[in-house]
Design a protein around this ligand. Structure first.
Ligand code: ZN
Length: 335
């Protein structure tokens, strides 16, 4: 028996210039860079993880920044947008902050919530949703954005699908999500009933578990050209599971549905399996433990290049190949 997936673990995207990426996410958006490491499949490239104070699952957006990378194209079989939760009362603050940073934001209402839509410097589609659930979640108080306004975590992702039927079958049948709402071509799925979820976890993370990363939207776009990967596009979304035993059960369950799923891979801060849903979007299932404090203290998160043990012997060569970055976002004026 597989335990339910408990939400979005992280979203991973592709960027071009690493410094510009840090300046935007740690600076303009005020997220915490919780880990600087390398792409474990390509150690000549950085892997940046941004999140809340400790990089709790559900708050994480990660990037592979490839200097000079060609821009991709949004399209079918891809995640078209990532939304983050902020308090409803903070939307005005965010609109002003984005405008002051030269970022054009449009306002939209979706399933009763107002959101700002905009793009990052590589053209990646982002959204800030005014979410009543965000207010009960603490914001990081060490960044350039005051804790009251800080991004709390991932609100939802939107899958772009040319044919939504098989994706619907995977989300509901294989992964156990619930179709909860529909408006036009957009269907919203809930990953887990939040009341049930908060019963599972009584620690201080329970509010985060209940409100963050528990929604997935599918946008049905028949006739849309397939996506092309590249800078400014999402690479994959990862769903949360509690431990490796549960992950193994998920691996068997997905395989039994005829989908090709990878072996369990050690990502140092979590363990991962990957598979493509029928529409083409790459899914991952990642374990909550051990998390980002595995190799750095909470205070020091993200301040130094960390390598997994199997790359430590190549540190000199790896460091020489990576462009140095500055964490100037941390000293920015508080909003
Ligand atoms: Zn991932």
């Amino acid at each position: 028996m597989t335990e339910p997936l408990t939400g979005i673990h992280h979203v991973t995207a592709i960027a071009s210039d690493p410094q510009r990426n840090v300046d935007f996410y740690a600076g303009v958006l005020g997220m915490r860079l919780v880990k600087q490491t390398v792409n474990f499949d390509d150690p000549g490239t950085y892997h940046f993880y941004y999140g809340n104070a400790l990089g709790h699952p559900g708050t994480i957006l990660t990037f592979f920044p490839w200097p000079g990378a060609r821009r991709g194209r949004r399209g079918a079989g891809q995640i078209g947008a990532t939304a983050f939760s902020v308090p409803v009362a903070s939307l005005g603050f965010w609109r002003e902050r984005l405008t002051a940073s030269g970022v054009d934001a449009a306002v939209e209402t979706r399933f009763g919530q107002d959101l700002l839509t905009f793009t990052d410097p590589d053209g990646l589609a982002l959204e800030l949703a005014g979410d009543p659930g965000a207010e009960s979640i603490p914001g990081w108080d060490g960044g350039p954005v005051a804790a009251q306004h800080a991004i709390r975590g991932v609100h939802s992702v939107t899958l772009w699908e040319a044919n939504a039927d098989l994706t619907d079958e995977t989300l509901r049948g294989a992964l156990g999500f619930t179709a909860a709402d529909q408006a036009g071509e957009r269907t919203r799925y809930h990953i887990l009933d939040s009341d049930l979820d908060s019963d599972l976890d009584s620690d201080s993370n329970s509010a985060i578990r209940a409100a963050i990363g528990t929604r997935v939207d599918v946008l049905h776009l028949p006739g849309t050209a397939p996506a092309m990967g590249g800078a400014g596009t999402i690479h994959h979304v990862a769903w949360r599971t509690g431990n490796r035993d549960q992950q193994q059960a998920w691996q068997a369950r997905i395989s039994a549905r005829g989908l090709h799923v990878t072996d369990i891979l050690d990502r140092q801060y979590f363990a991962s399996i990957y598979f493509r849903e029928p529409g083409g979007v790459l899914f991952e299932i990642a374990t909550d433990p051990p998390g980002f404090t595995l190799d750095e203290t909470p205070d020091a998160l993200g301040t130094a290049l960390k390598l997994p043990p199997w790359y430590e012997s190549q540190r000199t060569v790896i460091e020489r190949a990576l462009p140095p970055i500055r964490l100037s976002g941390r000293e920015g004026a508080r909003g």
